[in-house]
Design a protein around this ligand. Structure first.
Ligand SMILES: [Fe+2]
Length: 269
């Protein structure tokens, strides 16, 4: 199973710019690259903050931009998104019984359950995972207790070391982690966005996680600074491979290069 992750695309209404850039054009370039180099991927996931202001036309434009992709897409909500306008543009997106944009996908070989969570709450920058969503997650975990899970969502439910997000992190992320930690099958990986910095790590009790950097803008490192600087991000995506050997997250930055030289086939020693 190969999954492409984009995150924090922050699309604005057609023709507008954000921090001097055209977020939609950047996603269009990424889609072109993915079609050319990652057409064998099984799924593309955007881990939230799809649109900067939840603008309906931005979501409609994304629909057209994603249309050349040969693989299905799973779109998750972040704090910048609006559930109602998103679902108006993407009515086929799977939702749970309470209307949250949450779903599962089961894999065989390796046997895994992918969980796509909705941590968005209107008017709140940080993540919220209410009692209804917790019930949904609990049920999904109980359905296949011995199957390991891989979790996708916008807000990090784990420590990430960035001061800027101290008050706008995942407000009740610990309730999610409590359920995940108790899952007999274990948690193979948690994949998120929100922090606009590429990150990989592991919790003190051994749950691995990673974050994409965002396709439009990223933070200049200043991890103890409550007001760090934004700057443009290189066009980028992550390639997540799930197989019998484990879970692998490769990153790719589309940086203009002076030249391209094919690597030698190194046969050792
Ligand atoms: Fe964001």
């Amino acid at each position: 199973m190969k999954i492409i992750q984009l995150t924090d695309t922050h699309l604005v209404e057609p023709g507008a710019r954000l921090y001097g850039m055209d977020p939609c054009d950047r996603v269009r370039q990424l889609v072109t690259h993915i079609c050319e180099h990652q057409a064998d991927a099984d799924l593309l996931v955007i881990t939230g903050d799809i649109a900067n202001d939840g603008n309906l036309d931005a979501y409609r434009q994304l629909r057209e931009v994603l249309s050349p992709l040969p693989m299905p897409c799973r779109l998750l909500l972040g704090n910048h998104d609006r559930r109602d306008t998103f679902l108006e543009a993407f009515p086929e997106s799977p939702v749970d019984e309470n209307g949250f944009v949450q779903s599962v996908q089961d894999l065989e070989n390796p046997s895994l359950r992918l969980l796509f969570l909705d941590s968005q709450a209107p008017g709140v920058i940080g993540g919220i995972y209410c009692a209804d969503r917790l019930r949904w997650l609990h049920t999904r975990l109980q359905e296949r207790p011995d199957v390991p899970v891989v979790v996708f969502l916008h807000h990090p439910p784990v420590p990430h070391g960035m001061r800027h997000f101290k008050h706008i992190g995942f407000h009740d992320g610990e309730s999610v982690m409590t359920l995940l930690r108790a899952h007999p099958g274990g948690v193979r990986h948690i994949i998120f966005g929100h922090i606009h910095v590429p990150l990989s790590g592991v919790t003190s009790d051994g749950i691995p996680f990673s974050a994409g950097r965002g396709s439009n803008h990223q933070f200049i490192p200043g991890f103890d600074d409550p007001t760090p600087f934004w700057t443009s991000a290189p066009l980028n995506y992550s390639i997540i491979t799930l197989n019998e050997e484990g879970v692998f997250v490769h990153g790719y930055d589309m940086i203009e290069c002076e030249g391209i030289v094919r690597a030698r086939n190194c046969l050792g020693p």
